[in-house]
Ligand binder design. Structure first.
Ligand SMILES: Nc1nc2c(ncn2[C@@H]2O[C@H](COP(=O)(O)OP(=O)(O)OP(=O)(O)O)[C@@H](O)[C@H]2O)c(=O)[nH]1
Ligand SMILES: [Mg+2]
Length: 339
């Protein structure tokens, strides 16, 4: 089943129930006082974030949603029942845009709930119109319609580390080696067809399909998933040690990141020279040095060598701790400025 990262839906909030005209029963009089209750309010529509990034596929068939209407008022001044809120679930990282108003709602934390449409108010029953001049009002008002709208929902994955690189660079192998993920691995390009997430001690790693030259213009598979790394904190850029011209291959991907824009080239990037078990040590040292010249930080990796892999995972833990510290520091600075 294809990974769904964009849907369009229509939703409407519930209409308010009508107010009604009713009378108290008073046997001594032909007609008792007014006793018509107000209508109940229509359901509001909310969006809520869930930790299931494949959840948008649930909207492939059903695209239209309606909140429950409020019930009409009843006798004895009883208010109609309110419509029960309608909750539409979307994966964490979804951007929900109201196509008519351009309001954008961003779901970033699990369980976060935002109201996107307000239900209509219930109408007034005749009791509301009673006053000293009119003790037997025969008026009531209808319920108000609920808000409605077309929404565009777009998913941008939220991950700590994004794995990028040419096809076959070993991205999925790294994800599977470090996390509980089971991303497909193959000795051929474009094994990965859709993004995969894995958890490394609570941090999230995102594996996206391989990128090729022209990816930013939609060539290959990875380009359309580039936006999923726009929210990652650090990019791991995998370059395989199997072939020569590591710098050239590195630059191909950098070019695509830059053409895509969205701040991708400003992110902290660590180049991961992968599959070092396949070449002589002098050779991968040379490659690492060449990459260091153009890219700065370079880590070496082999998922086949337990010692190298362990060392890699230790460095990753330290990196994530460092990154977390920067975020906490930034929050503290912002707090101080506000005081
Ligand atoms: N010897 C060796 N082979 C590796 C290593 N990492 C990955 N491979 C192999 O390289 C091939 C490609 O690995 P994948 O993890 O599927 O590569 P990918 O970057 O996810 O590829 P796409 O999904 O096509 O973009 C597979 O045959 C892996 O077994 C490594 O460290 N050492
Ligand atoms: Mg892959």
């Amino acid at each position: 089943m294809a990974f769904v990262d964009e849907v369009r839906i229509f939703a409407r909030a519930g209409n308010g129930g009508d107010g009604v005209v009713r009378w108290n029963v008073d046997k001594s009089k032909p007609r008792g006082g007014p006793a018509g209750g107000d209508g109940g309010a229509g359901a509001d529509v909310y969006v809520e974030a869930v930790r299931d990034f494949a959840y948008l596929s649930n909207y492939r068939h059903t695209k239209s949603f309606a909140g429950e209407d409020g019930s009409d008022g009843t006798k004895k001044n009883m208010e109609g029942k309110n419509g029960e809120d309608l909750i539409l679930k979307f994966p964490i990282g979804s951007l929900v845009t109201n196509a008519e108003t351009d309001d954008v709602y961003e779901l970033l934390h699990e369980g976060e709930r935002i109201r996107i449409l307000k239900g209509g108010m219930g109408g007034f029953g005749n009791t509301r119109f009673k006053n000293s001049r009119n003790v037997s009002p025969t008026q009531s008002t209808p319920g108000r319609p609920g808000e409605r709208g077309n929404f565009h929902v777009e998913l941008k994955l939220v991950a700590d580390i994004g794995l990028i690189g040419l096809p076959n660079a070993g991205k999925s192998s790294l994800l599977n080696a470090l996390t509980n993920a089971k991303s497909a691995i193959g000795a051929y390009p474009f094994t990965t067809l859709e993004p995969h997430l894995g958890s490394f001690f609570g941090y999230v790693l995102a594996d996206i399909p391989g990128l090729i030259e022209g990816a930013a213009d939609g060539k290959g598979l990875g380009g359309k998933f580039l936006r999923h790394i726009s929210r990652t904190r650090v990019l791991f850029h995998l370059v395989s040690a199997e072939d020569e011209e590591v710098v050239e291959r590195y630059k191909t991907i950098r070019g695509e990141l830059s053409r895509h824009g969205d701040g991708l080239t400003e992110k902290r990037e660590i180049v991961v020279l992968s599959k070092i078990d396949l070449v002589d040590p002098e050779e991968h040292k040379k490659y690492a040095a060449e990459l260091r010249e153009v890219a700065g930080e370079v880590w070496e990796l082999s998922v086949e060598d337990p010692v190298v892999l362990k060392e890699f995972s230790k460095k990753l833990s330290i990196l994530l701790e460092e990154e977390r510290a920067t975020i906490i520091e930034n929050i503290e600075i912002e707090d101080v400025e506000e005081l």
